[in-house]
Design a protein around this ligand. Structure first.
Ligand SMILES: [Zn+2]
Length: 71
């Protein structure tokens, strides 16, 4: 990551916290890059994708709680 990209991300993070809409960003918080470089990596949210994410969160929590591998 270049220093100008890091500065732009930090600047837009602050603008977003101050009320700027996320769609106005020229950087991507998720991918830590310029928005034009990852536009094709953002999939629209669907019910199936949301449920899959929730199942993944549950699985990670279950493993973190130490349930994985117990007799
Ligand atoms: Zn992105």
């Amino acid at each position: 990551m270049t220093s100008s990209l890091a500065l732009a991300i930090a600047y837009e993070d602050a603008l977003e916290e101050a009320g700027m809409h996320a769609d106005e960003r020229t950087t991507c918080y998720t991918h830590q890059t310029w928005a034009v470089e990852c536009a094709d990596r953002h999939l629209p949210l669907t019910a199936g994708r949301a449920l899959a994410s929730l199942r993944e969160v549950g699985r990670v929590r279950w493993r973190a709680a130490g349930a994985y591998g117990r007799p």
